[in-house]
Design a protein around this ligand. Structure first.
Ligand SMILES: Cc1cc2nc3c(=O)[nH]c(=O)nc-3n(C[C@H](O)[C@H](O)[C@H](O)COP(=O)(O)O)c2cc1C
Length: 339
């Protein structure tokens, strides 16, 4: 089996190593959704630092789908130029570039009312959302599609659908948050309908060789929600609709913490989904010990390892990991003397 620092190919995309910068909201975009210089420097630094795949943070497909007024937007053509500048810089230093496209649903905090499959929230923090009509659901599908077109125009190598953490796609999947009685709620088949429509719409506008990624919450840490076996069935449906790789996170639908948080606590999900749905996966969650990240990849538990907070602390985490693992990773010549 290949290791963390070995290249990885999925469809037409070859990553120089198996390290992904996990999507992380920075909450410093301009209120019109355009990126700021912070984003250029922040993502650029991780490209210089040798990350294989940089996944830009949750970027909203519509203004009322933002987690905050300072999220990156991808709902307007005005957003493309700023994103393109980040992508081009990343490419210059050998990073592959992706963007997570998202709708926050009930968890949106903007100057507009929030929307969700059902008019309920499990969090005191959020206002009770407006229930989406069938026509409005169709409009949001089109917004995901238009966002994907813009991602391609900005030069991204891949797109990740944010289907985790209790945001809109996840809300439709989960019986905790989807209490609808129409064709979008109730049975698993009905709860899958909106996410599958989004996947098909997005897939239809991506270049054939571009992989489509999706982040899921593999467990909601509740007996009332779907089981891991049901998640595997859902991912099998996502795969048939066009998802090429699944980023396996957890939680977010309820204000509860996982029962135990320890290094690699979510690897079990990436491994179960990889085996059960026969699809490449990304493991995430306290994997910034290089030996542990290497173990996950070498033993085939997941195909990529996503690092979030470790890369906030150290933009050169990939290089530090390569040194620890005695593997090759070349940084730009300006930094050659640092190592
Ligand atoms: C500051 C911050 C912002 C985050 N924003 C996002 C996001 O935009 N989208 C997402 O799917 N996860 C988000 N996450 C979760 C991370 O991608 C990751 O799954 C989580 O932090 C666990 O990985 P880690 O232990 O390496 O930090 C965020 C995490 C942090 C710390």
């Amino acid at each position: 089996m290949a290791g963390l620092l070995d290249s990885y190919t999925i469809k037409g995309l070859t990553l120089k190593n198996r390290i992904m910068m996990s999507p992380m909201c920075q909450y410093v975009a301009n209120t019109d959704g355009t990126v700021s210089d912070w984003h250029f420097v922040h993502y650029g630094a991780r490209a210089i630092g040798g990350v294989g795949l940089i996944m830009l943070e949750a970027s909203a497909v519509e203004a009322r789908g933002r987690i905050s007024m300072h999220d990156i937007g991808i709902w307007s053509d005005d957003h493309i130029a700023g994103l393109r500048r980040i992508v081009d810089f990343g490419h210059q230093y050998g990073a592959s570039m992706g963007i997570q496209i998202a709708h926050a649903g009930v968890k949106a905090e903007t100057d507009e009312p929030n929307v969700a499959p059902s008019a309920l929230t499990h969090f005191p923090r959020y206002t009770v959302p407006q229930e989406l009509s069938v026509a409005e659901i169709g409009e949001i599908v089109e917004k995901f599609k238009a966002a994907a077109v813009r991602a391609v125009q900005a030069g991204f190598d891949t797109v990740e659908l944010h289907g985790a953490h209790g945001y809109l796609l996840n809300e439709f999947l989960s019986p905790l948050t989807n209490k609808r009685t129409d064709e979008y709620g109730g049975t698993l088949e009905n709860r899958l309908r909106f996410p599958l429509q989004v996947i098909s719409a997005v897939k239809s506008v991506l270049p054939v060789e571009m992989p489509l990624l999706m982040r899921v919450s593999a467990s909601e840490y509740s007996e009332e929600s779907y089981s891991l076996d049901e998640m595997v069935s859902m991912v099998t449906a996502f795969k048939e609709a066009g998802v090429d790789m699944v980023d396996c996170s957890s939680g977010g639908a309820l204000p509860v913490a996982p029962p135990a948080i320890y290094p690699g606590y979510q690897v079990q999900f990436a491994e179960a989904i990889k085996r059960g749905a026969d699809i490449p996966t990304i493991a995430v969650g306290l994997l910034d010990n290089p030996a542990l990240a290497e173990e996950v990849v070498r033993n085939g538990r997941a195909d990529l390892v996503a690092i979030a907070r470790g890369l906030l602390r150290d933009p050169h985490w990939a290089k530090v990991a390569a040194l620890a693992l005695k593997a090759e990773l070349e940084l730009p010549s300006s930094y050659a003397r640092a190592y």
